[in-house]
Design a protein. Structure first.
Length: 258
């Protein structure tokens, strides 16, 4: 199920076909089994309007949930970049040898974090392993300096490293925070039933008019799935802040080499 939700194009195709089939079945039931009686039309229109309104509300709420999660991922990317950049500067508070090692490890760690945002699913396992290894080395470096020189100044650098490690955990949690599968199922069922009722409603136009609502709702589903999916689709969180920190580190390295 997660593989389907992670692919907005698959969501669009499945929802479009399911809704069109539901509308066609509703129209088929009306023409061949039981048409809507004259005295039932007003009540039926009331039920249809209420169902479509409910569908619109659920789509709106789901879109709001997806946008809030997208904003959360953007905010944590910014927080992670700030934490890494701050710790890179605070490395000056460490002894010279430890400061050089911490800066080099931070450069490598930053490259892994950028790859996390830009890489595909097949690269996640390797990137996660390398990031965990670098985190261990980073903490060992500042812990060694803290043990050798337990001063408030060094403690500030250790605190900054703690922020770096915590920010990565917050980012991971934000990427796992997705719209629940139950919400997708409920929204899909209401969309299917809405189209079935719409197909059952008496009309004078061609049956292909029933394709309009499925297309519109499918586009809404696609947009929600695209925003909610960290890697699938076309809308992603770009590591702009992390890349800015990387440029700052490169500039700092060039200054030292001059």
């Amino acid at each position: 199920m997660s593989a389907i939700i992670d692919n907005p194009f698959t969501i669009f195709s499945i929802v479009l076909v399911a809704q069109w089939c539901a509308a066609y079945l509703g129209d088929l039931f009306r023409t061949r089994v039981r048409p809507v009686e004259t005295d039932e039309r007003q009540d039926f229109d009331t039920v249809l309007t209420a169902t479509l309104t409910l569908l619109a509300l659920i789509i709106g709420f789901s879109f709001s949930m997806a946008v809030s999660r997208y904003d959360q991922r953007k905010n944590y990317e910014e927080a992670e970049a700030n934490a890494i950049g701050t710790e890179f500067v605070r490395a000056d508070l460490l002894p010279a040898e430890d400061a050089t090692r911490v800066r080099e490890l931070l450069r490598r760690y930053l490259d892994q974090r950028v790859s996390f945002y830009l890489g595909g699913e097949h690269q996640l396992g390797e990137a996660s392993t390398e990031s965990a290894k670098l985190q261990s080395e980073l903490w060992s470096s500042v812990a060694h300096a803290g043990a050798a020189q337990p001063t408030p100044v060094v403690a500030l650098a250790i605190s900054g490293m703690n922020d770096v490690l915590n920010s990565q955990g917050y980012t991971q949690a934000a990427w796992r925070n997705r719209i629940p599968v139950a919400a997708w199922v409920l929204m899909g069922l209401i969309a299917i039933l809405s189209n079935m009722l719409l197909g059952y409603r008496e009309r004078k136009t061609d049956v292909f008019i029933l394709l309009i609502l499925p297309v519109i709702v499918s586009i809404a589903f696609f947009l929600i799935a695209d925003i909610d999916s960290p890697r699938g689709g076309v809308i992603h969180v770009a590591p702009q802040n992390l890349m800015s920190v990387s440029q700052f580190m490169d500039a700092h390295r060039r200054e030292l080499n001059q």
